[in-house]
Write a protein that binds this ligand. Structure first.
Ligand SMILES: Nc1ncnc2c1ncn2[C@@H]1O[C@H](COP(=O)(O)OP(=O)(O)OP(=O)(O)O)[C@@H](O)[C@H]1O
Length: 745
């Protein structure tokens, strides 16, 4: 831990300060407390809208997807209907909604049909963004802080480079470490002391577990929490296999045969770097346009295969080179961030399942993200047929588990759910190794982490736009067409998603929604009128105050947002305010990404790293930062969790603070609640089948009262809550009073 580490409360003070200065209300609360709050809100909704028994009947007719996904959207539609009745003014906004819808439908027609499941298009190379007007319109100054020293990492695609690197390594070995020796870990499995002694004890256990799977010729999922060194464990294990020269049961290889590693594009070069550091003898070639090998890729595949080398490639490249790759019998195929194949329908999921390999491994810190079908897809790769066909799995496991999780489940449904969750857990346990940071913290000694959700009020302009959009003809029509079947009708579903995207844009910054006026476009527009001016957005005002304080305190920040449009707005702001920053989004070339990460981690003069959640949030190590802002929530809780874990991982020495920004009372709050719901489902299978019901009954006042903060890490949070105009407790009282009034009538 660094000396004189500034204490957390000062950070939170900045929010109070912000309220005085900027007139924006914001209140924050611990993530864990808010999880309870969000659950209660869902519970209220559930109780208000469903008669006992109604839900389960409905569920038996629906697919898992609709059960897990539809509730809040239905609620949303009903709320808009009510709101529409109450308000009698009509505002017409000149929106290009129709065009946008068509564009949106066009962009999404190849998608998985679910907001949760990744399709082959939803990659880490393209951001979640359908409106690119902003990039053309924004008057963005050039980032004059051009990054120098973003070194490119060479891989071993080029044989001459590999030989030179190997010779240099052997020379250094002789000079630096003559004592390096082979240790026998368990019957026949050997590994050099150089590697073994540098692993943490739980990592050594992990390597032994991987070897156990190898002996049984079975696949497995290494599901350790993010940042605990899954990459390192796999490299150590592969190196051990190579050194042990054991003859494989079901194939002709001795030691380790040719191997494929598939990972998100952003971490391709991180894998190469880790191999070079931990097991330099492997020949590791990148099969991707960012790789060193410039010749014919089929020739490269052939060469690496004969050399028993390792190919590191991306999920897209697997699709691109599938036919050539499938010509060979690989020894191992390893999927990093394997949750990318959670959609069983996606081409990439089907492609990786076609490899004829005796050994398959998967690494992911978020094995289950949204529903049980995803877990099935992952296990269908690592242990085909373990969980039966998808249909059998759905009938025997998913539906009973989901049904038993609702508040109004019957005792029989509850008992069945527990039974099925327990047997599912028992079935998968031998093939799943998952350690949490809490469990191993005694060994790795990570510094403290604090995670807060900051509920920010909208500015008046945002509020009017938001309300106006809800009253617009577009929403009006949507509600007319809406109702229970909206999800099954492609066009209506797309319209609902466009409407939600619009609301999210307004929450992020009103200018993302509004057409640019001529005045704002003009070169000499005043700063207040200019596109993306920070004071027009409640959340940006909060960002501005936080960055000011953190700059003084010498904290360094990862700033994540979902879209490139918002990246542009934030970038403009950083330039105007004179922050030194780096940026990474889907347009950043893959070969420069690792260099940018290295530069940020090593060069403390950079204040902020601006990233899109999907590109910069997966797999990378960004321990140079100790503050994280997640500017807007994703539908999928795992996407935000992945982002948040970039800084709080092995190698971090400072206390880490994470802020998730949520626009209070808006669609973002509903998204956040749904995240919590999904997280509980995941815990139920991965941790404890007896875990509480998804919708927990609790005393509202307990959940929403101000905590005694003295004993907790962040006493200032209570003050923010107390001073806020938006008090959850008040809102609930109001709600209860309204309900009583209605009943009296
Ligand atoms: N035994 C070790 N000694 C030193 N550094 C380590 C060790 N194990 C892991 N690390 C470092 O910890 C960081 C995280 O490791 P790694 O990227 O393998 O984690 P991960 O579990 O794969 O994370 P994610 O799920 O986010 O991809 C890396 O910088 C890695 O070099």
């Amino acid at each position: 831990m660094m000396e004189n580490e500034p204490i957390l409360p000062s950070t939170v003070n900045s929010i109070n300060e912000l309220k005085d200065v900027e007139g924006i209300n914001v209140w924050g609360q611990d993530q864990s407390i808010l999880e309870g709050q969000a659950l209660t809100e869902i519970e209220i909704f559930n109780n208000e809208n469903k008669e006992p028994g109604e839900l389960s009947e409905e569920k038996s007719q629906n697919s898992i997807q609709s059960i897990s996904g539809i509730l809040d959207i239905d609620k949303y539609i009903r709320q808009q209907e009510e709101l529409k009745k109450k308000l009698d003014f009509k505002t017409s906004f000149k929106t290009k909604i129709k065009d946008e819808n068509e564009q949106f439908i066009e962009n999404r027609k190849d998608e998985s049909g679910s907001e949760y499941f990744p399709s082959d298009l939803e990659s880490d190379d393209s951001d979640y963004e359908c409106d690119r007007r902003v990039n053309n319109n924004i008057r963005l100054k050039k980032n004059n802080e051009k990054v120098s020293g973003t070194q490119r990492i060479n891989d071993d695609g080029n044989i001459t480079f590999y030989k030179e690197r190997l010779n240099a390594y052997y020379d250094s070995l002789m000079k630096e470490d003559p004592d390096n020796e082979e240790i026998e870990i368990c019957s026949g499995f050997k590994i050099s002391s150089n590697i073994w002694d540098n692993l943490y004890s739980y990592q050594q256990d992990g390597v032994q577990w991987l070897y156990g799977l190898h002996v049984k010729s079975s696949g497995g999922l290494l599901g350790d929490e993010m940042g605990l060194g899954k990459t390192i464990q796999v490299i150590a294990f592969l190196y051990g296999l190579r050194q042990s020269r054991i003859i494989s049961k079901f194939c002709r290889y001795t030691g380790l045969g040719p191997t494929i590693i598939v990972c998100p594009t952003t971490v391709i070069h991180q894998w190469v770097q880790h191999f070079h550091e931990w097991a330099p003898e492997f020949r590791v070639a990148v099969l991707h346009q960012s790789g060193s090998y410039t010749g014919n890729k089929s020739a490269l595949i052939k060469e690496i295969f004969s050399d028993k080398g390792i190919i590191v490639t991306s999920y897209q490249s697997i699709l691109k080179f599938k036919n050539v790759l499938l010509e060979f019998d690989w020894h191992y195929i390893i999927l990093d961030e394997g949750h990318k194949i959670r959609n069983p329908e996606a081409k990439v999921s089907q492609a990786v399942k076609q490899f004829r390999t005796p050994h398959r491994l998967m690494l992911t810190g978020s094995p289950m993200q949204n529903n049980l079908q995803e877990l099935w897809s992952l296990f269908d790769f690592i242990c085909p047929s373990l969980l039966g066909t998808l249909q059998i799995f759905t009938e025997h496991f998913s539906l009973p588990i989901m049904q038993g999780g609702y508040l109004n489940a019957t005792p029989i449904q509850e008992a069945t759910a527990l039974l099925m969750a327990t047997s599912l857990k028992n079935l998968i346990t031998p093939y799943l190794l998952r350690r949490s940071k809490d469990e191993v913290n005694k060994i790795i000694r990570l510094p403290q982490k604090s995670e807060q959700v900051l509920f920010c009020s909208l500015t008046d302009e945002q509020y009017d736009l938001y309300k106006g959009f809800l009253m617009s003809e577009h929403v009006n029509q949507l509600l007319g067409k809406g109702g229970r079947n909206w999800f099954s009708e492609n066009h209506t579903r797309a319209n609902v998603l466009v409407a939600i995207t619009t609301l999210r844009k307004i929450c992020n910054h009103p200018d993302l929604y509004l057409e640019l006026t001529d005045e704002a476009k003009a070169e000499d527009a005043t700063i207040e009128k200019s596109f993306g001016y920070y004071k027009k957005s409640g959340k940006m005002v909060v960002v501005s105050a936080l960055l000011k304080i953190w700059k003084k305190q010498k904290h360094r920040v990862l700033l994540f947002t979902q879209t490139r449009a918002m990246i542009s707005v934030l970038e403009n702001f950083l330039i105007q305010e004179g922050y030194k920053y780096l940026k990474m989004d889907g347009t950043t070339t893959v070969r420069s990404r690792q260099g940018l990460i290295k530069t940020f981690n090593e060069d403390e003069t950079y204040d902020v790293f601006l990233l899109t959640t999907r590109v910069g949030g997966l797999g990378v190590n960004l321990t140079g930062a100790d503050r994280v802002i997640i500017y807007d929530p994703d539908w999928n809780p795992a996407t935000d969790t992945q982002a948040r874990e970039r800084a709080w991982r092995i190698g971090q020495e400072r206390q880490v603070t994470i802020y998730r920004l949520v626009s209070a009372g808006t669609i973002e709050e509903k998204m956040y609640q749904r995240q919590v719901w999904k997280q509980l489902l995941s815990n139920k299978i991965l941790l404890d089948p007896k875990a509480q019901k998804f919708f927990k009954t609790s005393d509202l006042h307990d959940l929403f009262s101000i905590q005694d903060r003295e004993s907790t890490a962040n006493p200032e949070t209570a003050n923010i809550f107390k001073n806020s105009r938006i008090s959850m407790q008040e809102r609930l009282k109001e709600k209860a009073a309204k309900k009583k009034k209605k009943e009296r009538k």
